[in-house]
Structures are given as structure tokens and as C-alpha cells.
Design a protein around this ligand. Structure first.
Ligand SMILES: [Zn+2]
Length: 611
């Protein structure tokens, strides 16, 4: 197959071309459209996942949104996949294994999550959509040539008769089995560049002599007979990694179909992968492969990724595959914020309840009626809040956790200001409080701000367990929407013309989800917070919070107590005392003392083996 015209241009020329309106049209016309398979339900309905595993549970969402914003990717088309059929799963997996997946215990084992926290149908929907997308992407490239990308797949630890390491179905093996059943008899090459070895894929494909599996990893799972394995040393940086890739590419047979797992857990600082690549190194990896496989029908899959930058590695895969580009994702680009700003601008104020007319509150005050507040901050009606939370994706996610029939109640807060209670009905038809939020408009110096007295996110269907220990201040496990709520509060403040949002996190785990937006007012305090995040980055949030609560975090050798202090999310430009923050960051070093017992450990051995 000939190289497309645009690919022959230099990268700089292509970037410049795509920056002009005419160039964008030309790019779209001349480039082969590249399907990106994505569904909002790719995000696993497991709220504790981020706290325990690290990484970004919204990875697929972020990359899908990013692909719609970057002009270099204007020829990429988001495609919603179908769920893989039971019949297709049976081509690879045993019936008894598939039956066992209806038990929350089996899924809890695979996803290292307490069974009480597993919404079985919804979790199976996520993984069936991901698996179905790999099947569809394979069909697509076999029919049309070129490349396709699936933002949720590469479940290479799933074997024929059991799942493990966050992998329930082996989407690669299922996609190949479906293609084989339709008469495709060509050579398949799987390049597994996740940081962990493809034990499940080796098992599933053992009987297919025309499947070559090549793996570069940083872990030893024992010998995998039919896999061309290269185990790289711990912390392996870009150069030797890319040299090993080069050597692997020289050994592969000539493929008629290729599946690439462009693992995001190869990055330095990944909590579960042991390699040490930079984002640029991962991008070079993907470009080298894309160039080596030019003309071969190729499906790209993300595999694992357990560092905050893992989504950027996947966005990088899309940029490498679709635009042969090394353009970095801008440091200040935040996909969640960008998304929420664009949703906010599309919501009419009248839909949320606000108007400059006399409000019911005003009337109540004037008429001396009982002070039952019907508007939050004198603006939002319960219906408006419900609409907003739905548009921002909060209610749809809560629905996936098993709640429905949402109801919002507003009242005056005991702390001053207003309280919003969001109730939802869970399984067995019982209504429960899910979100409890108290806000008030206050002054911070000369600035009017939105003060958050408290925000409690509660999942009454889930239980605390060894895997999900109760943290100080928690009355129920969380809902996994803290970051969304932070952005929602930012949009509320923006809409009301306030300068920012402030609160006082009583614990590390209540400050952590806000770290992207909020800063401590005191520069030294902010420096210590950043140092704490830096020095505890090898722990999951649950491990770090537990260690803090147990007094095992030391600063200069002495037990460190969390300092509750005001944090602000400024919507208006501020000059922070960066030098003071940097100095404190450089001087503060936190260490972790060993746990007295291991009952809180979230290290789960083989069961938690990551993908
Ligand atoms: Zn992995």
C-alpha cells in the first residue's frame, strides 16, 4: 500500500498546514479517516479504582475529548462499539468461566475490588463494549486496510478459563477467532508493549500457529512458551527500550493483520509498571511501530496505565497513529476542565433556574414566609441542579453504580449558606443520600468566593473492607465523582461571577482529589502539600491516607499531622508566591514508616496483577 500523500510531508509542514482553515479541510479530505472506538461506559463503574490503583479512570474519556479538539486529529472519527456477543466470547473462553463472571466474587477477584462494590451487569457492559470494539476494529481494518484505535482493550491477562489482572475477556483472541471464523487465514502479529507479559494471550492463542506474539515488558511472569519475550531491566529508559523494539521488529514475520498493545504503564513513575519511559519515548515507540506496519491492517489498543500521565500516553498513541506527530499534549491542558467549560457554555442560565427577576427566596424574605430555600445560592433550582449534574456526567455515572430516581432537596445550611442533598434510589428500591453539599457565598479578602463548608459523596451500596478501608471522616465509601464535583463547583462560581471556590480539607484524602485546581492560600503550606504528594507517589491514595491516619508519615523524622487549612480554586489570574512554594518543596522530605501489620495492604499478589 502506498504511503498517503500527507504522511510524506514533514511533521512541521503538516502541523502548519493543519493550523489553517484550508489546511484543515485538505487534511480531512486527503487523510484516510481513522476510527476511534469509544463509549462513555468504557470508564469502569468502580469508584474505588482510582484510589487503589492510581492512574486515571477517565483515560478513554480524556483521549476521546482530546481527539475532538486537536486539529491534527480532525480526520479521526469516534465510533460507538457494540457489546461483544456471548457466542463470540465462547470462541475463546470456556462456558463455565463465562458463567462464573455473573458472580460478583469472580469479578471482584479479577478487578481486585470488594464484591460489594461490583455492579455486575454494568461492569460486564464496560468490558464487553471494550472487547466488542476490538472485534469491530479488527473487522474494519481487515475490510478497509489502515488503522483503527480502540480506547479500552488489550486485556492480555485473560486466559481461556480464567480472568486476572483487570482482564475479564481476552479481546485480542476473541477478535482473531471471529476473523478466523469468517475465513481470514493470514499471519497475525501481536506486538504487546504493555509493561507486563501477555500470559493470558499466550494461553488463548497457543493453538494458532499463525499468531506471532512479541512482548517487551519489565516483569517476569515465568516462561510463556509461544511468546517472543524481551524482559527489560527495572527503570529501563527510552533508548535501550527503543533499541529492544527495533530488534523485535526485525524478528516479526510479515503480518496480514497486526494488533498492537501500546501500554501506558511503560511510563516512568507508573505505580504498577516497572519501566522508565518518558512520554516522548512512548510516542517515539508508537511512531516507529506505525511506520514499520505501514500498509498492514492494524488495531491499536491501550493496555494498562497507572500514572497520572497515562492518558497522555494514549492520546500520544492516537497522535502517532493518526498524524505521525510528536507534538506534546500542552502541560496546562486539562481535559476535564476543557470539557466542563464547553458544556457550561452550552447550558442556558434559564435552564438552571437563574433569572434577574425576583426569586422565591426574595419573596419569602419580603413576605416573612418560612425560610425554606428553594434556590441554591439564590440561583439554582432543584430541577436546574439535576439538569446540570446530568449534563456534566455525574448522574449518568451514579446510574451506572446502581442508582436511579434522583431527587434534590435544598435547605438552609446549619453552617450558614445552603445545603444540597442529592438522593437516589438503589437496588431494593431504597432511597439514600448520595451527595451532601453545603455552600455559601463569602468574602476572601476583596474577592467574593464560593465557600464549600462540606461535600460528602457516599455510596451506600458499597461496604468498607480490607480492600476499601474506612478513612477518617468517611461514613460510606465514595462515589468516584469528586473531580467532577470540583469542576462543577468551579462552573457554579464562574456563572455567579465569583472569583473562586474555597474549602478547608480536614484530611489528605479530601485535599487530594482537588489538587489539580485548589491551592493552599499559604505558600509554605502548598509547598508541603506538593512535597507530600511527590514523596507518597509510590503509594495508592488509600495506602497514603491510611499511613497518615496511623501516624506513619514522617517529616524530618517526626510523625507528620495533616494540617487542615484553607485551599482556593481561583478563577481569576493570581500571582502565587511560586518561589516560596518551590523552596518549601525542595526542603521538605516525607518518609513512610513500615506498617505494624499488613491488614490494610492493597497489594493483592497475583490476583491484582495489573494489565
Ligand atoms: Zn500492564
Amino acid at each position: 500500500m502506498k504511503r498517503p500523500l500527507l504522511a510524506a510531508l514533514s511533521q512541521g509542514l503538516r502541523s502548519r498546514l493543519s493550523a489553517t482553515p484550508l489546511g484543515r479541510v485538505l487534511t480531512r479530505v486527503l487523510r484516510r479517516p481513522i476510527p476511534i472506538f469509544y463509549d462513555p461506559a468504557y470508564r469502569l463503574p468502580l469508584p474505588a479504582f482510582e484510589g487503589r490503583m492510581g492512574g486515571e479512570p477517565r483515560r478513554a474519556d480524556f483521549v476521546a475529548w482530546y481527539s475532538q479538539e486537536d486539529p491534527l486529529l480532525s480526520h479521526c472519527v469516534l465510533r460507538a462499539p457494540e457489546r461483544v456477543s456471548y457466542d463470540d466470547l465462547l470462541r475463546v473462553h470456556t462456558p463455565s468461566y463465562l458463567d462464573s463472571l455473573l458472580q460478583p466474587e469472580t469479578l471482584g477477584h479479577i478487578f481486585a475490588t470488594d464484591p460489594s462494590e461490583i455492579p455486575v451487569d454494568e461492569l460486564l457492559r464496560s468490558v464487553r463494549l471494550g472487547c466488542g470494539a476490538t472485534v469491530e476494529a479488527t473487522q474494519w481494518v481487515l475490510k478497509r486496510g489502515g488503522s483503527a484505535i480502540n480506547l479500552h482493550g488489550g486485556f492480555h491477562h485473560a486466559a481461556r478459563a480464567h480472568g486476572s489482572g483487570l482482564c475479564a475477556f481476552n479481546d485480542l483472541a476473541v477478535a482473531i477467532a471471529v476473523a478466523r471464523s469468517q475465513g481470514f487465514a493470514g499471519q497475525v502479529v501481536i506486538l504487546d508493549l504493555d509493561a507486563h507479559p501477555p500470559d493470558g494471550t499466550a494461553d488463548c492463542l497457543a493453538a494458532d500457529p499463525l499468531c506471532f506474539v512479541g512482548s517487551l515488558s519489565g516483569s517476569d511472569f515465568g516462561a510463556l512458551g509461544n511468546v517472543d519475550e524481551t524482559r527489560l531491566p527495572e527503570g529501563c529508559p527510552d533508548e535501550p527500550y527503543l533499541a529492544a523494539l527495533d530488534a523485535l521488529l526485525k524478528r516479526i514475520p510479515k503480518p496480514q493483520l497486526a494488533l498492537v498493545i501500546a501500554g501506558g504503564d511503560v511510563l516512568s513513575g507508573d505505580r504498577l509498571g516497572k519501566l522508565g519511559l518518558t512520554l516522548l519515548g512512548a510516542r517515539k515507540r508508537d511512531r516507529i511501530i506505525a511506520q514499520a506496519l505501514a500498509g498492514v491492517p492494524t488495531v491499536w489498543l491501550p493496555g494498562g496505565g497507572y500514572s497520572p500521565d497515562a492518558w497522555k500516553a494514549l492520546a500520544g498513541t492516537v497522535l502517532a497513529v493518526a498524524a505521525d506527530s510528536e507534538q506534546p499534549i500542552p502541560n496546562d491542558y486539562d481535559p476535564l476542565r476543557s470539557r466542563f467549560v464547553s458544556i457550561a457554555s452550552a447550558i442556558s442560565p434559564s435552564r438552571l433556574g437563574g433569572s434577574s427577576e425576583l426569586t422565591e427566596d426574595d419573596l419569602a424574605d419580603i413576605l416573612g414566609a418560612p425560610v425554606e430555600r428553594r434556590r441554591l445560592l439564590g440561583f439554582y433550582t432543584p430541577e436546574g441542579l439535576e439538569y446540570g449534574l446530568s449534563r456534566y456526567g455525574v448522574l449518568p455515572f451514579l446510574r451506572r453504580l446502581g442508582f436511579d430516581k434522583f431527587r434534590i432537596q435544598l435547605q438552609r445550611s446549619s453552617a450558614g449558606g445552603d445545603t444540597m442533598h442529592l438522593y437516589g434510589t438503589g437496588a431494593k428500591g431504597k432511597e439514600a443520600l448520595l451527595i451532601d453539599c453545603s455552600v455559601e457565598q463569602q468574602q476572601q479578602g476583596n474577592d467574593p468566593i464560593l465557600y464549600l463548608h462540606w461535600l460528602s459523596l457516599r455510596n451506600p451500596l458499597a461496604q468498607f473492607s480490607n480492600r476499601r478501608p474506612q478513612l477518617p471522616g468517611q461514613s460510606a465509601p465514595g462515589l468516584g465523582v469528586a473531580r467532577e464535583m470540583v469542576e462543577v463547583l468551579g462552573q457554579v462560581a464562574r456563572r455567579l461571577g465569583l472569583s473562586g471556590v474555597a474549602y478547608r480539607p480536614a484530611y489528605f484524602h479530601t485535599a487530594y482529589p482537588a489538587r489539580h485546581r485548589f491551592r493552599f492560600i499559604d505558600a509554605q503550606r502548598q509547598g508541603r502539600f506538593l512535597a507530600l504528594i511527590r514523596d507518597l507517589s509510590h503509594l495508592s491514595l488509600l495506602e497514603a491516607s491510611t499511613a497518615l491516619a496511623e501516624g506513619r508519615i514522617l517529616l524530618g523524622g517526626n510523625p507528620y499531622q495533616w494540617e487542615a487549612d484553607e485551599m482556593v480554586y481561583w478563577l481569576v489570574p493570581r500571582t502565587d508566591d511560586e518561589r516560596q512554594i518551590e523552596q518549601t518543596l525542595a526542603h521538605c522530605h516525607f518518609t513512610v514508616a513500615a506498617a505494624p501489620t499488613s491488614h490494610h495492604s492493597t497489594t493483592t499478589g497475583k490476583e491484582g496483577t495489573p494489565r
